[in-house]
Design a binder for this molecule. Structure first.
Ligand SMILES: Nc1ncnc2c1ncn2[C@@H]1O[C@H](COP(=O)(O)OP(=O)(O)OP(=O)(O)O)[C@@H](O)[C@H]1O
Ligand SMILES: [Mg+2]
Ligand SMILES: [Zn+2]
Length: 563
C-alpha cells in the first residue's frame, strides 16, 4: 500500500505563480530579484499556514537558480539546475533552514554567524531561513543584531513568524517586512478545485465553499480539511457530507432562514433554527452566518457588491441576490443591527435559542418604514428615500435639559419611583404626554416604540425632543441614532407634539425609570404578591408541614386566583 501524502505537503507551491493570494508580496520579491535589489534581511509575518515558509523557499530557490525564466510578471526557477534540485530535495548547503523554536539560544546564532562568513559553495548567495524567529532568547537576538548590522555581502536572511510583536524593534528596523494576508474563501475554493481536478476527485462546488469558509483564511487548514473530506466521503465530496463532518449549517439554509425573516414569515425560520439546534449546531456560529449573509445583502442592495462578497460561492451569491428585493435598505440595516448586537448575548446566554427565536420574530415582524412625510413606504417599492441631513448628530449649544419623567397615564400606580415626578416647568399642557407619544409611535412603528420604552428620561418642553438612556441600554440609543430610526421618529414627533423640530439622543445614568423598567418592576411586584399569597395559603402551609423543605419556584399563570 502506497503511503498517503497529505495534500498540504503534496501541493506546496514550488513557484511564485502557484501561490494563492499574497500578490503584493510576490510582486515585490520578483521585482527585487529581477532588478538585483535584494535586501539583506526579510521578515515574513502572518497567521499559520498562509505561505510564509513556502514563499521563503521559493524566493531562495529563485535567487540562486542558474537558468531562471524571466517574464514581465513572473520569475520562474528552472527546477533543473544543481541549486534548484538541492533546494527541492531539502539538502542544499547554501540554503539553510533553521527552526527558531528549537535553536533559540545564543550559541545557535553564534554558529550561524561563524558559518555566514564563508562564501557559498556554489553561486553567489547564501540564504538563511529562520522560522519562528520570535522564539529567540534576548541574548540570541543581540547576537543576531550584530550580524544584521554588518552582514557579509553574500548573505540573505529570511525570518518568518506568526508573532512579529515579540521581535525587538532593533531587529525589525533592519528587515524589509511583509505581512501576509489570510486567503479569501474564493481564493481557497479555487485552489481546492484545482487540487481535486489534478487528483481526479469530484466534489460539489458548494462543498468546497464550505471547507474554504471553515478554514478561515488558512490555506494549509483548507487542504487539511479537504483531506478529511476525501476520507469521509466515499467517492464524490458532497455538501451534505462536509456539513456533517464540519458540524456546520450550509449557506442555503442560512439564506432560507434569512428569507423567512425578510419575507415576514418567521415560522419557517424558526423551524429551520430548531432543526439546526437539534442537530447540534452552535447558534452563535449560525447567527454569525446570518449576520454575514445580511451584510452581503446590504452591500448588494446598496450597489456595493464589488467591495466585499468575495468570500461567497457563486451559488450563495445568487441565493443572497434573491433576498435583496424583500426589504428597503433602511430595514435591512435595522435588522442587521439587531442581529449583530445579539451575537454576544447569544454566545453568553444559557438559553441562546430563546434569544435567537425572539429576535427572529421581532425582526420578521418589523413594520415597513414610514417615510419622513408619514406615508407608509410600500414594501414592494424598495427604492431608498432621498437622504436628508440627520439633525440629531449635530448637537446644538447645550440647553439645560428638563429631566423629569412625564406624567404617566396608567391605571396602576407606580409607588416606588426613585425620583418622584415633579410637575415639569415648561412641559406642554394638555393631552401631550410621553406615554401618549409612545402609543402614537407604536401605531406606525412598533419596533421604534419598543426602543422608546427604554428611554429613562424624555424632555419635549423645547423644540428638541431629548431622549436619554442608561448606559446599559446603549444599544437602544445606537438604534435611535441610526438614520433608519431617527428620520421616521423625528417625523412622528413633529406630528404628535407639533412643537418638536428635531430629536437628540444621549446617555444618562439616572435612577429615573423607563416605561419598560416600570413595567418590569410592576410585574415583579405583582409576582411577589402572588408568591406571598401562595406561600401563605393554608394548603401550602399544610404541605410544608407534612413534607418539610422549601418552596420551589412558583410559576404564575394569567388566571392565578391569588393575584
Ligand atoms: N498562499 C498559499 N498558496 C498556496 N498554498 C499555500 C499557501 N499558504 C499555505 N499553503 C499550503 O499550506 C502549506 C503550509 O504552508 P506554509 O508552510 O508556507 O505556511 P506558513 O505560513 O509557513 O505556516 P506556519 O506559520 O505554520 O509555519 C503549504 O505546503 C501549502 O500546501
Ligand atoms: Mg512556516
Ligand atoms: Zn534552477
Amino acid at each position: 500500500m502506497s503511503s498517503y501524502v497529505v495534500l498540504a505537503r503534496k501541493w506546496r507551491p514550488g513557484q511564485f505563480s502557484d501561490i494563492v493570494g499574497q500578490q503584493s508580496v510576490v510582486r515585490t520579491l520578483i521585482n527585487a530579484i529581477r532588478t538585483q535589489r535584494i535586501h539583506q534581511a526579510y521578515l515574513l509575518t502572518g497567521s499559520r499556514g498562509i505561505g510564509k515558509t513556502t514563499i521563503a523557499r521559493i524566493f531562495a530557490k529563485a535567487v540562486r537558480c542558474e537558468n531562471p525564466q524571466i517574464s514581465e510578471n513572473d520569475f520562474k526557477s528552472c527546477d533543473q539546475c544543481v541549486s534548484c534540485k538541492e533546494i527541492t530535495a531539502g539538502n542544499g548547503v547554501d540554503v539553510i533552514e533553521i527552526d527558531g523554536a528549537s535553536n533559540n539560544g545564543v550559541d545557535a546564532i553564534r554558529e550561524i554567524r561563524e558559518n555566514a562568513k564563508y562564501l557559498p559553495s556554489t553561486g553567489s548567495r547564501k540564504i538563511y531561513i529562520i522560522d519562528e524567529v520570535h522564539m529567540l532568547t534576548t541574548a540570541a537576538f543581540n547576537a543576531l543584531l550584530k550580524t544584521l548590522e554588518e552582514p557579509p555581502a553574500h548573505v540573505i536572511f529570511i525570518f518568518a513568524t506568526t508573532e512579529p510583536h515579540k521581535i525587538p524593534a532593533t531587529i525589525l528596523s533592519r528587515c524589509q517586512r511583509f505581512d501576509l494576508k489570510r486567503v479569501t474563501t474564493a481564493q481557497a475554493q479555487t485552489r481546492l478545485t484545482e487540487v481535486l481536478a489534478a487528483e481526479g476527485i469530484e466534489a460539489e462546488p458548494a462543498a468546497l465553499a464550505l471547507i474554504s469558509r471553515a478554514s478561515e483564511g488558512g490555506m494549509r487548514d483548507a487542504l487539511s480539511l479537504l483531506d478529511q473530506a476525501i476520507a469521509y466521503s466515499a467517492g464524490k465530496i458532497t455538501t451534505a457530507a462536509v456539513r456533517e463532518f464540519l458540524g456546520m449549517i450550509e449557506g442555503q439554509a442560512l439564506a432560507e432562514i434569512l428569507r423567512g425573516i425578510l419575507d415576514r414569515k418567521p415560522q419557517k425560520s424558526l423551524e429551520m433554527i430548531h432543526r439546526a439546534y437539534q442537530d447540534g449546531h452552535d447558534l452563535k456560529i449560525l447567527t454569525r452566518g446570518l449576520v454575514n449573509f445580511l451584510y452581503e445583502t446590504i452591500l448588494m442592495k446598496a450597489g456595493l457588491e464589488q467591495g466585499g462578497g468575495e468570500d461567497l460561492s457563486s451559488e450563495e451569491r445568487e441565493e443572497i441576490r434573491s433576498l435583496v428585493p424583500l426589504r428597503s435598505l433602511e430595514e435591512l440595516e435595522l435588522i442587521f443591527q439587531a442581529l449583530h448586537y445579539s451575537l454576544d448575548q447569544i454566545a453568553r446566554s444559557s438559553q441562546p435559542k430563546v434569544i435567537l427565536d425572539i429576535l427572529v420574530i421581532k425582526c420578521a415582524m418589523a413594520e415597513a418604514l414610514v417615510s419622513v412625510d408619514g406615508a407608509s413606504a410600500a414594501p414592494s417599492a424598495p427604492a431608498p428615500q432621498p437622504s436628508r441631513p440627520v439633525q440629531m448628530t449635530a448637537a446644538p449649544a447645550p440647553r439645560p435639559v428638563v429631566s423629569q419623567p412625564q406624567p404617566v397615564q396608567s391605571t396602576t400606580p407606580a409607588p416606588t419611583i426613585a425620583k418622584p415626578a415633579t410637575p415639569p416647568a415648561s412641559a406642554p399642557q394638555g393631552p401631550k404626554s410621553w406615554e401618549g407619544f409612545i402609543r402614537h409611535v407604536k401605531a406606525a412603528r412598533p419596533m421604534l416604540a419598543t426602543i422608546l420604552e427604554h428611554a429613562n428620561q424624555s424632555d419635549f418642553s423645547t423644540d428638541v425632543l431629548v431622549l436619554l438612556f442608561n448606559s446599559e441600554d446603549a444599544y437602544f440609543r445606537d438604534q435611535l441614532q441610526a438614520k433608519a430610526s431617527s428620520e421616521p421618529l423625528t417625523a412622528l414627533a413633529k406630528e404628535y407634539f407639533g412643537t418638536i423640530r428635531r430629536i437628540k439622543v444621549d446617555m444618562n445614568d439616572s435612577k429615573t425609570e423607563s416605561v419598560a423598567g416600570r413595567r418590569e418592576r410592576e410585574q415583579k411586584t405583582r409576582e411577589d404578591a402572588a408568591r406571598d399569597a401562595v406561600k401563605n395559603s393554608a394548603v401550602i402551609r399544610e404541605a410544608q408541614n407534612l413534607f418539610g423543605g422549601d418552596l420551589g419556584p412558583i410559576e404564575l399563570s394569567e388566571n392565578n386566583p391569588h393575584v
